[in-house]
Design a protein around this ligand. Structure first.
Ligand code: NAD
Length: 269
């Protein structure tokens, strides 16, 4: 039921912390993995690590915001893996320039910063889904797994653009799930993960003090509101990913699954 052996998986943003761990885990279970990342070096390095551990992986440069670049990355993936069964839309993140702070009020955040965060997370999910989703329709099957966030359920302070963009990703997940079933095939499933708080490069500046590495007041508030009392480890996502990309979830489409140590369940009291 949970078998992913020989499944061909594209992971965008797989050069990063969370989706890199997901790619490694799927490869360790026999999946073939093509890592597509804006940072070519990270994509190739992650693929090398997987291959050294006995898996099958390829790394390729690809910008999820450019249709032609994604088509080229997709062609590369099909050439290497023979087909594509699963798309994990992992590329995403926040930017300091689109975050309110003592130095930057909401009223002064440049539109370009908001646009770039919104585009990366929302359009960066839509564009690969168009290209690879079309292929899945032509081949009558596949799984798309998006990466949303806690802030899609309720916005987090400071990060208006990122919260709005991830809310859009959750909404799009439901929309595309229905669209695929109604217009193409009920064998194309679309779901999303909503990770809680994982300490990675894109949020380190918000959660830990640069000089000491101690928790910032925001980092401490998060831990205080996480019943499991810790940040997530990237590996904590892997079981839920395995469930959502395998036949174990074959009657599941259009859902957004929190993986958050209880954060979204806790009222704070
Ligand atoms: P990360 O920064 O380690 O990884 C993101 C990867 O995306 C990087 O390798 C980066 O090079 C790549 N990328 C950025 N722009 C790209 C583009 N235009 N085209 C292709 N690749 C691009 O971040 P992460 O924490 O591992 O985040 C992975 C996903 O999980 C993101 O969608 C993020 O928003 C989401 N998420 C993270 C957390 C968390 O706590 N870290 C929580 C909720 C959701």
């Amino acid at each position: 039921m949970f078998d992913v052996k020989d499944k061909a998986v594209i992971v965008t943003g797989g050069g990063g912390v969370l989706c890199g761990a997901v790619a490694k885990d799927l490869a360790s279970r026999g999946a073939k993995v093509c890592i597509v990342d804006y940072h070519e070096e990270s994509a190739k390095r992650k693929a090398e690590e997987i291959n050294e551990a006995g898996g099958q992986a390829w790394g390729v440069k690809g910008n999820v915001l450019e249709t032609e670049a994604m088509k080229a990355a997709f062609d590369f993936a099909v050439e290497k893996m023979g087909c594509v069964d699963v798309l994990i839309n992992g590329a995403g993140g926040n930017r300091k320039e689109a975050t309110t702070s003592e130095q930057m009020s909401f009223f002064d955040i440049p539109a370009d910063a908001i646009r770039s965060v919104f585009d990366l997370n929302f359009l960066g999910t839509v564009i690969p889904s168009q290209i690879i989703g079309k292929y899945m329709c032509e081949n009558s099957g596949g799984v798309i797994l998006n990466v949303s966030s806690m802030n899609a359920f309720r916005p987090l302070t400071k990060i208006a653009a990122y919260s709005a963009a991830k809310a859009a990703v959750s909404n799009f997940t439901q929309w595309l799930a229905v669209h695929m079933c109604q217009n193409y095939s009920d064998n194309i499933r679309v779901n999303a993960l909503a990770p809680g708080f994982f300490l990675t490069e894109q949020n380190r500046f918000l959660l830990t003090e640069e000089k000491t590495g101690d928790l910032t007041p925001r980092g401490k508030t998060i831990i205080d509101h996480t019943p499991m009392d810790r940040f997530g480890d990237a590996e904590d996502l892997c079981g839920t990913v395995l469930w959502l990309v395998s036949d174990a979830s074959k009657f599941v489409t259009g859902i957004v699954v929190p993986v958050d140590g209880g954060f979204s369940a806790f009222s704070g009291v």
